[in-house]
Design a protein around this ligand. Structure first.
Ligand SMILES: [Zn+2]
Length: 226
């Protein structure tokens, strides 16, 4: 009996997909858009770290992680440069992105304020996608859930693919600022990990049936043939 149980356990182990089985990200064209940059630093409420630079750090960590799962990641910027909203959505559209994720940190004059919020543009195109990502951040980052809300940003409205702005946490919050500037990069990685998990959730959904707009990702293409 014990041997049979052991055998069953081994079989279960062999046939249980591993938690990091991420073939659904293979070949996916993912546009990452670190908010602000160049002449626009974003929030400057955290001494020694602009929002623009923190957004870029998080986006680069996210890029690495997505590429390790086979995704084809294109960044609107990889340095501290000034981009217009048009630069961002043109880039996303011209690269045939399947999704667009704008990475931001929120700002407030109150150093106690914290939380995570997702912003969507068009209801059909962006709302469900925004919710899927937001759910991960709200459950994993240990900050208040500020929900998702409609926001008329050109980046969201003029991009052709599901798009979201994720106001991940408040850089103006004293605890967050301390964590983001302690030199370890741990908080940046945690935020990147949650965004990764949300993107992974999105692409592991079944493809939408005909007429079900905004219901899920398009069917997987797998690795592009070379
Ligand atoms: Zn911002």
């Amino acid at each position: 009996m014990r041997k049979i149980l052991l055998g069953l356990l081994i079989l279960l182990f062999i046939f249980t997909p591993t938690a990091n089985s991420t073939s659904h990200l293979d070949g996916r064209i993912i546009i990452l858009d670190p908010g602000h940059g160049g002449s626009d630093p974003g929030s400057t409420s955290c001494q020694g770290l602009t929002e623009a630079d923190a957004n870029l750090e998080i986006a680069l960590l996210l890029k690495t992680k997505l590429e390790q799962s086979g995704a084809d990641v294109r960044m609107t910027r990889e340095t501290d440069e000034t981009l217009s909203n048009k630069d961002r959505y043109d880039f996303a559209n011209n690269n045939n992105g399947e999704i667009l994720v704008s990475v931001h940190l929120n700002g407030s004059t109150n150093p106690d304020t914290n939380g995570t919020q997702g912003l969507y543009g068009k209801k059909n195109k962006d709302q469900k996608f925004t919710q899927v990502l937001h759910q991960r951040l709200a459950s994993e980052l240990g900050v208040p859930d500020l929900g998702i809300t409609n926001f008329a940003s050109g980046v969201l409205l003029k991009s052709n693919m599901p798009a979201t702005i994720q106001e991940t946490v408040f850089i103006s919050n004293s605890d967050e600022c301390a964590k983001l500037t302690n030199g370890t990069g741990v908080r940046q990685q945690e935020i990147a990990d949650s965004l990764y998990n949300g993107i992974s959730d999105w692409f592991s959904q079944p493809p939408p049936s005909d007429g079900d707009s905004g219901g899920g990702p398009p069917p997987g293409k797998g690795k592009p043939q070379k």
